[in-house]
Write a protein that binds this ligand. Sequence first.
Ligand code: MGD
Ligand code: SF4
Length: 715
Amino acid sequence: DEGPVESWHKSVCRYCGTGCGVMLGMSKGKKLMRVRGDQEAHNKGVICIKGSTLDKMLANEPQRLKKPMIRKNGTLEEASWEEAMTLMTEKFKGAIAEHGADSVAFYGSGQLLTEESYTANKLFKGGFKTNNVDGNPRYCMASAAVGYTQTFGKDEPPGAYEDIDHAECFFLIGSNAYECHPPLFERMMVRKKVNPNVRMIVVDPRKTKTAEHADLHLPVLPGTDLLLLNAMLYTMMKTDLFDEEFIREHVNFSDGKNKVSFEDFKKFLEDYKPEKVAPELGISARDIRKAAYMFGNAKATMSLWTMGINQRIQGTYLNNTLNSMHLVTGHINRPGATPLSLTGQSNACGGVRDTGSLSHIIPHGRLIAKKEHRNEMEEIWGIPKDSMSPKPGYHALALFQAMVDEKVKCALIMCTNPAQSSPNVEHYKKGMEKTFLVVADVFETETTKLADIVLPAALYIEKQGVYGQTERRYQLIEKLLDPPGEAKSDLQILVDFAERMGYGDFIKAKTPDEVWEEYRKVSSHSKYNFEGITYERLKKERGLQWPCPSTDHPGTVRRYTKGDPFVPEGKEHYFYGKPDGKAVVFLRTYTPSKEKVTDEYPLYLTTGRVISQWHTGTMTMKVDELMSSSGPAQLVMHPEDASRMRLKEGETVKVEARRGNMNAVVKISEHETPGVLFAAFYDPSFLINGVVSDDHDPFSKEPAYKVTAVRVTKA
Ligand code: MGD
Ligand code: SF4
């Protein structure tokens, strides 16, 4: 018996990008006994079923990976750290010597600690000189990141959760916040309850629990939302809902190549008359107009979105256009008026986007392809000028394709499970099998099963480091437990690997404290400046929002407006990511998805999360309460579809798509829309990604997990 709770410790939930503050009750025997929401954190004590069962997840010690494993004669066998790290070093050194630095890669995660992602990125890009560093945020938020960068010149949102308490209209598009960001959804409902004039519009092909609470639900057909946004803009233009003064002072227009005029923008919108686009959207022109009035007429409108518009072949365009709707109506930079992309993972913002741990970027919004940006980082990292590779590395899908093509010989994968989470997964698994894969995880996964070396990693409060979420808030997780067996933190693994590869002096920050100190100083050379966010402050405070340039700075709730330390004195708004301080409104033309339904593939398949499971289920499927809530994953369809195909609940069907086929068990639910099927991706025994299309956005390279055309027949 580990005894009752002896002490409570402030921490952050392990799972999602809401970044809820939690209080962890530890026993004398150093066991996590209880979890509750932190009343003083931004979530005001509210947490969801996943967060409240963190103790049960951590209690799964018997199933944890505890010793390194090496594949010998086709089977993974236990080995010592010395053996595993020696073999890994030998393989990486061999590949670099024989095939060059671009034959190795790092594939990371928006759930690694910031200190870990920063170190891996620095080692591969600044040390080995390959930009083959990417990770699962590519599957998640790349479109939001590229969208912000194109519109404002800098990634990360202008607003914050606090805006929920001031908004008069919530525009939720491609977000099932009820299930995926429950404390934020609850905050919106509280706002609505206290102020009955507050309205909520939900754009979603599915009748989700979020949509059930909407004042206006627009069930658009999968893949068509850009038509809706442009038609709403058309309506706003025709009804004088544009804020011409804000536009004049703070906005430029662009067709993507050249600067164009406000008049050109208006002409562009003429193609998107509601009556014209309504049939393709599958909703009425009246509802399009209604949505436009609600958005435009409210005193303050806040848009919130996630994967429904990020995971799309026009994900970047959708993000641009949504940002544009705020700019042209002046619904920005005021309390309650802002676009706010909700984060999927706990540390995709702070850990990956801000540290520049994707194949085309380097820390703090710098681009690999820009010589002056590389030169800045070379100087900061103390490496010779022009020594970094100018060539962007492989983005996630290109990386796995390079494995199929045997161009990438060795890869280190940390804290992610791409053999389950990648689209068209059976194809990319062939590449993973061909490559010398080193996988660090806490449990056995579909990816560790393909590894040549498996490294047991420390989990959550078994290590220390910073998570950064949606609203530019950095929060600290302190170490409260020792990892089981021989498991080590990903940072320890990276530091050891760096030393063995001959980069011990370059990766000189070796502990979380040292890395944070280095990284904090690196940030001071940028507009992401968080030099004032020290561990000392984070131990006391409930997170801090950057920019935060000095230790006496309170952090910044709203960017690009008065109160942001980078907005020049005397200016009300200033989009300093752009040379002239003006944000860009793009003219973005709608293109139909290649996965549009046909006679051959007459149904849409859309995929995503459910409230009680986290991503590939490795952590949450081990918790009884969560399993009994979700059950095994199934193919969910509307009763009309089921009766048309004469299918019953529990029946096995064959799902066929252009890229593959699989069997599935049918579940019938009124929450789906006729013609649109839903499947979650947590359950490895129902690997839905076997049929999901790997079409992707040409700018963000994010896969379009949300739109696949399929046919369903009795198995
Ligand atoms: P996770 O289950 O989050 O899935 O896909 P993945 O990242 O592949 O994987 C995290 C892994 O890290 C788990 O295996 C866990 O056991 C391990 N882990 C936990 N803590 C640690 C640690 O501290 N160190 C190490 N080394 N390992 C640790 C997520 C991806 O899936 C994402 S982000 C999105 S948004 C996509 N969404 C999506 C979708 O909507 N539909 C479909 N069909 N597929 C999708 N795939 C994508
Ligand atoms: Fe954790 Fe996200 Fe649930 Fe909050 S909403 S408790 S961060 S899983």
